[in-house]
Design a protein around this ligand. Sequence first.
Ligand SMILES: Nc1nc2c(c(=O)[nH]1)N[C@H]1C(S)=C(S)[C@@H](COP(=O)(O)OP(=O)(O)OC[C@H]3O[C@@H](n4cnc5c(=O)[nH]c(N)nc54)[C@H](O)[C@@H]3O)O[C@H]1N2
Ligand SMILES: Nc1nc2c(c(=O)[nH]1)N[C@H]1C(S)=C(S)[C@@H](COP(=O)(O)OP(=O)(O)OC[C@H]3O[C@@H](n4cnc5c(=O)[nH]c(N)nc54)[C@H](O)[C@@H]3O)O[C@H]1N2
Ligand SMILES: [Mo]
Length: 752
Amino acid sequence: MAYGKEWKEVREDGTVATRSNTWSPPGSHPVGYGVKVITKDGKLIRIEGDEDNPITNGRVNAMNLAMREYTYSPQRIIYPMKRDPKDRGKDKWERISWDEALDICCDKINEMKEKYGAESIVVFGGTGREACIYYYALAFSAIGTPNCCYTQSGWSCYGPRCSVTDYILGAGYPEMDYAGYFPDRFDDPDYVMPQYIVLWGKYPLPSNGDGLFGHAVVDMMKRGSKVISIDPRITWVGAIDGNINIQLRPQTDTALALGLINLLFENDTYDHEFVENWCYGWKQLKERAKEYPVDKVSEITWVPEEQIRKLADILGTSKPITWAWGLAFDQNKNGVQLGQAFLSLCAMTGSIDTPGGITIGPPAALLGKWRMEQRSYLPDDLWAKRIGAEEWPGLSTGMATTQPDATLDTLETGEPYKLHMAWFNSSNFLAPTCSAQPKRWHDGLVKLDFVVIQDLYMTPTAMACGDIFLPMSTWAEHDGICITHYGRNTVFMGPMNKALQVGECKSDIEVCLAVGNRLNPEWWPWKTAEEFLDAQLEELGMTFEDLREAGFYQPGYTYKKYEKGMLRFDGEPGFNTVTGMVEMKSTLYRAWGEDPLPYYEEPNYSQISRPQDAEKYPLIMTTGARTYTSFHSEHRQVPSLRHINPWPVIEINPEDAPKYNVTEGDWVEVYNMFGEARLKAHITPTIHAGVVHCTHGWWYPEQDGEEPNLFGVWKSNINSLIPHFNVGKLGFGAPYKGVMCNIKRVKSLDQD
Ligand SMILES: Nc1nc2c(c(=O)[nH]1)N[C@H]1C(S)=C(S)[C@@H](COP(=O)(O)OP(=O)(O)OC[C@H]3O[C@@H](n4cnc5c(=O)[nH]c(N)nc54)[C@H](O)[C@@H]3O)O[C@H]1N2
Ligand SMILES: Nc1nc2c(c(=O)[nH]1)N[C@H]1C(S)=C(S)[C@@H](COP(=O)(O)OP(=O)(O)OC[C@H]3O[C@@H](n4cnc5c(=O)[nH]c(N)nc54)[C@H](O)[C@@H]3O)O[C@H]1N2
Ligand SMILES: [Mo]
């Protein structure tokens, strides 16, 4: 159903309902909950679900239900501000106009370029938010630096999965098939309901990770699909009768995947037609997988042998099977091999590009042309200066960024050149979000000459090092486009429609345009967001107003594109890889000095690889499983959400808790050779014995914000326990979801 002009409606009670699609800010991934923003006299009243949205059907997540509190929080920053660099760490901000703020920023950019070269400026960006579409362009063609950095050690989010897909499959992000492409959804005649949904290292109900509307899993369960959850924790979905839990030791997934591949070959239950015609290197993979017999895999993973066999039987005999892979792939040094093995399993079960299997995007992203072009603005010699690009081709080929760990080294050592200026766009990485060993980042950042912060709230990062603060609008306060997987697998695209204005806040697009207009008008000719969005949508033959009136866009899906010549730039059948096939044995991995076949590697900080530390640190810590009430470090100031989850939590198995004299609700210090953090104990049998899980992203906005306290950012900073440069051979992956640790009971957040 198209909305027509009724995307904005005045109701009888005088309120206005503006249909929109939520993305960010505040943070969220491009899923696009369809909503109605209810305003009165320009003020936000509430968010309602939009029952006409074909995917979300009127449902809204907790963070959007709390939008009014978020929008009008007294702690939100709604005017541009400046602070003298000598007052960093002090609450000495002064309100200024946008013009003054932008003039200062642009003058500084020009000054840095002249004195030290454009590469002395680095743009930092965070996760999956709308800003991510624009901060690369902000760096490359507005500011003119090759150094755009996503700071998570080993680029451990999404980038690895996308790059692995690119290298092995030559396609856009593989997503579980939840019939999102079709207006009639699950009733579409082309669609087949999967027998099983594999949720591997992903729990999409709270996370809606990457581009997947998590509740679709529940919609599919209602229609008969069963879930296989591969996770050290038993989740709500896993706990439902008939669903299967494979509770493994963190970071041992690649061994499990290879064990399953071995059994599918051994049992001869793989899809012969697909494997033999469309997969390169399958015989070598078969040989490699023989090194992973089920008894060995059971010992490595802690999963009982009979469970592994049963799982292999299900995978070999059920059709269709749909697969979702999550963050646990990226946050693993061995994750590139895991991704390769995972895609091989998808191939062996005949799931790739088939109804009810996994969908894949074409090699060129929808609305991706403009983003690619911005890169070409930079001359080759400047592009060659991108930090870590030459040393890490396996990363820098897939990602247009710096290598994050190398960026920290550059910040600390001034090699190969000194960094002088940073522009933070949607990243608060001192709070335990992106950065591992955040104190090291802190000490490097406070020494920079000039720092710009583009955010909605005063954060520990802004307080520590910001000189200019540019206040951002929420998704309800600006125009934009929400597109799943940034166009790499466009299940759905929808308009974000401005419904209100708060203070003088502007959107990320507007800031990009303002900076681009000043510094590089030839590449930034658009004056308004709408003009810019019109230009973006030209390739689809529509304007932004058309998209508003349509309400949403679902492109439809053609299955088995590889048979039809729809996946390669040359129009031939096959996949867009070096060999034209699914590369179970990777040509590119080999070219970059990596084993072309998947292998299991024990994590560096485990009791097995460091027996000398096993007694000191007998537990394994995984972190960051998402909660319904926060997006990373955001939302801690929102009373109703904080009420639900008031403190950081460490989950401990009831077998382990008494050994440490810990009971429910106690404060616990978790520590290892890198650092420590304090959280509250939750004793639960849903976590595997021997493993603890810690929530991430904690700081205390209610506390003193000035240095050295910085809103208590060091107290529960779980990333203090995560080492840097613990990455795989391609430069990807880090142990955020698996390091050894110990715990002890303490009196409180501050007292031993
Ligand atoms: N231990 C551990 N650490 C982790 C993880 C984990 O699982 N465990 N997960 C990691 C992952 S996967 C990721 S992606 C990172 C995320 O790390 P970050 O993306 O750095 O997340 P935040 O700390 O929330 O910082 C985002 C900042 O941007 C602001 N913001 C929100 N939306 C917008 C917007 O649209 N525009 C602008 N300009 N600003 C906005 C927010 O207010 C916030 O201050 O954290 C990582 N850290
Ligand atoms: N509400 C909310 N939503 C979010 C975010 C948020 O902060 N809050 N962050 C967003 C971001 S940036 C991302 S990347 C996504 C991530 O979302 P997901 O991909 O769903 O990842 P997580 O929630 O980190 O972890 C998923 C599951 O992996 C399990 N796990 C932990 N270690 C391992 C392991 O070694 N192996 C396996 N197989 N499983 C393991 C955890 O127990 C957890 O249940 O969520 C996004 N959505
Ligand atoms: Mo992420």
